[in-house]
Design a protein around this ligand. Sequence first.
Ligand SMILES: [Zn+2]
Length: 447
Amino acid sequence: MIHSMDNTVILPTWLIANTREPPRRNWGARIVQDRVADVAPNDRLCQRYPDDQQWDATDQVLAPGFVNTHTHLYGVLAHGIPLEHAPSGFLPFLAEFWWPRVENRLDQEMICAATDLQCVRLLQSGVTSFYDCLEAPFALPGCLDAQAQVVRRRGLRGILSFEATERVSAANGQLGLKENAEFIAACRTRGDLVSGMMCFHTSFSCSADFIRQAFTLARDLQVPVHMHCAEGTYEPEYVLEHFGKRPMCYYDSLGVAGPDMLASQCVQVDSAEIALMAERRVRMSHMPLSNCEVGGGIAPVPELIAAGVQVGLGSDGYIDDFFEVMRGAFLIHKASHRDSRVMPANLVWYLATEGGARVIGLDSVGRVEPGWQADLQLIDATLPTPLTEHNLYDQLLLYRNQSHVRAAIVAGRTLMRDGQVIGLDVEMLHRRAHAAAARVWAHRCEL
Ligand SMILES: [Zn+2]
């Protein structure tokens, strides 16, 4: 049973209200229905609202829930999949492993089993909103509806999409676009926490006409369009060879680079592409850990941010603990720039919360301020050394992980409390995911 909160004051030891400001000691928030109604020192909240329920969160930090701007929930089924050898590059990673052994095998039961388990794992990691990218060409049609039912049952704020691609066939590509368009329209009619986004795979797996078609559909439906972009050197080399331009310039030549474009990865983009992204107000999702996994390189995120590009963070269905993702973003750019001032902790917190919400188009998500959505988390703050307003962002980013998340609240509903996701048989979810993974992993010799 998911608990709705009626007029509750949450009384933590620390409050992160807005990641662009220092945290506040002994401040809390009042929640009324799905929104934050007031933010003030704890003693003043108790005086102002004596009849409210009081949630004692001593030694905890009240913070905006994390926004995972890019995940593949089905990706959990590939964790630990047996491989004879590591793929020799980005294209072999897709063509020899990810497509034949994972995505082509997915059916709707596997997708739902993974989604159910991952909704729990997202909450355990403090993630209250996410954008998911599903590629499962043989689970069409209806896979987004099936997935959405699971997300609605679990209560998270989710944006779902199907990663349409012509890599199987032109007809399969059309099925993927249709899946998105119908899902987006149906979600709009319902008006709940689950919505849709248009999505296609890449410029090397989709034709120019197909890409234009995706943007035209999205414009009619008033949603952004997501794609993977330059995750390694393969795509820039392919696009340069076939179209004489680098990927972002190619998209611009198609007339689609603009504010409704959400480009994930952007690892191998050059300075001209960065300037173009800023000029066209293209949004970007950064996946520091999966970039390492596929050997794609290190995305020029400090440069993108300096140019004015809106950036969010994502797990990419790889390492799910969002504190790990933040640590990746915090550390790898310091190393690659040989400068410890790059990507300070509060900037990474911003990317993980409000910045991410802006990237995936969520309104009033990512701060604990009056009128903003009550999408919140409580993090255990008992550390070996004292917390101060000057070190709190660093201390939490470096020394916390998902086991320290005590509560998760979405739109004013408590989905996790005292470290436990409410009303769930987690063992059952694990058993179901194990069975689905066993089916994905089976028959690999046929390939
Ligand atoms: Zn991805």
